[in-house]
Ligand binder design. Structure first.
Ligand code: ATP
Ligand code: SF4
Ligand code: MG
Length: 398
């Protein structure tokens, strides 16, 4: 694998003419390379303008460490896709960024300066340079994202040609074969059209395309939701293995919290456009603190042990155009207190695991007793991770 940190940052610096007076690509101070590949601060996204605007993402902050898998979970409509469309500037009208900062750290240049790009201020041409090569995204609608009239080989050809102009035709073909092998597909799939492939194979091709340029960060928006459980599980195992081999960071979005517990290092739970709890996967699974996280965990079958009746969460998420006062979860929360109806709980540090949670139960107020199920001790046994099995070409994946 090439070194995306040094090679690509230099290339990017070159391509973007850093000497130009105005650029969103900035060398910053010398020192060790940032451990963070992405820094998002107070990102807000609206749909619509003026009086008709609804806030779908409200002042969300998150960091992604190098090689980390950050999971984002939440019910349908909680703002997961809007968050990643916003931070990659892929939003379509009527979506608008209402505020915030998004910084992508590209690594060091030869003089030891950290190179970062301010995504929200970058020009379209600057963004084109970093998309795919530094940040790639597999969108929620990926199954229909492949061009139906192009052979698969052409999709790889286009990406490699536009970002790796020094590659010769046979090298592009060889790279495409290598990428297919990484996701468990044979070379002959390259000459097929999308309709000649199964849903799982098409999704694997989207993942291979996302990895084509060795990006530092891969964003996957529900990449397995439309697939059967067995194929879903195989792809999750393969993603875990690919991350371990190549070291890219990943944001993985799903409404299936139990799936995320197996894959992610850290998990953000979103509700009505905000992060209500963020914690290491094991801490979140073994000792949830937010009532909504507990509700999501109780809505999913347990990873191990006896079958239990699933509880679900009563009610439905609020209408963004008519948000409740106070905690946006209060109408559905069995632990609701008086202040929950009028005061918005801030996101506060909750324990020594690095967890943050937005719930008045955990604010340390005198007289508030934390219910046992929301105050459990974090288990020292890590949440089960998928078996890392490298896909091989000898057994073609479904
Ligand atoms: N184009 C749009 N115009 C207006 N509102 C939108 C638009 N797209 C999304 N929304 C609203 O923004 C909110 C967040 O939607 P988003 O698609 O980000 O949720 P999600 O968490 O990704 O849901 P899902 O799990 O169903 O994909 C929802 O209330 C949705 O109705
Ligand atoms: S702040 Fe109140 S309503 Fe909101 S989740 Fe916590 S206890 Fe429930
Ligand atoms: Mg979505």
């Amino acid at each position: 694998m090439s070194d995306p940190v040094t090679t690509d940052s230099l290339e990017l610096q070159d391509q973007l003419h850093l000497s130009d007076a105005v650029s969103s690509v900035q060398p910053t101070e010398k020192g060790p390379a940032s451990d963070l590949v992405l820094e998002v601060k107070d990102l807000s996204v609206d749909y619509g303008w003026g009086e008709n605007a609804v806030r779908a993402v409200n002042a969300v902050s998150l960091d992604v460490h190098r090689s980390q898998i950050l999971g984002i979970a939440g019910e349908s409509g909680s703002g997961k896709s809007t968050l990643v469309y916003g931070l990659t500037r892929l939003l379509r009208a009527p979506g608008v960024i209402a505020g915030g900062d998004v910084k992508l750290n590209l690594g060091k240049d030869t003089e030891g300066n950290e190179i970062s790009i301010d995504i929200l201020k970058a020009s379209e041409s600057e963004l084109r340079k970093v998309r795919w090569s530094q940040v790639s995204i597999v969108l929620q609608s990926a199954l229909s994202a492949l061009n139906p009239v192009l052979r698969i080989s052409k999709e790889f050809e286009e990406i490699l040609k536009s970002h790796r102009s020094d590659m010769k035709k046979h090298e592009r073909r060889a790279r495409a074969v290598e990428l297919l092998g990484m996701v468990g597909l044979d070379e002959d799939r390259l000459d097929r059209f999308p309709h000649e492939l199964s849903g799982g194979q098409r999704q694997r091709i989207m993942i291979a395309l996302a990895l084509a340029l060795d990006p530092q960060l891969v964003i996957m928006d529900e990449p397995t939701t439309a697939l059967d459980v067995v194929t879903q599980r195989e792809i999750i195992n393969e993603l875990a293995d690919l991350r371990a081999r190549f070291g890219f960071a990943m944001i993985f979005i799903t409404h299936d919290l139990s799936l995320l517990v197996e894959l992610a290092d850290e998990i953000c739970v979103m509700y009505a456009g905000v992060i209500v709890e963020r914690a290491p996967a094991n801490a979140l699974y073994s000792a949830p603190r937010h009532p909504y996280t507990l509700g999501l965990l109780n809505s999913a079958p347990p990873l191990h042990g006896e079958r239990v009746e699933l509880e679900g969460i009563p009610g439905s998420p609020p209408d963004l155009a008519d948000m409740p006062t106070g905690c946006s979860f209060h109408a559905r929360c069995p632990y609701k207190m008086e202040r929950c109806v009028t005061q918005v709980p801030p996101l506060l540090a909750a324990d020594s695991t690095g967890r943050v949670v937005a719930c008045w139960l955990h604010s340390g107020d005198v007289g508030v007793t934390v219910p046992e199920e929301l105050g459990r001790t974090v288990s020292i046994t890590p949440a089960p991770k998928p078996r890392a099995t490298a896909p091989t070409n000898s057994k073609e994946a479904s």
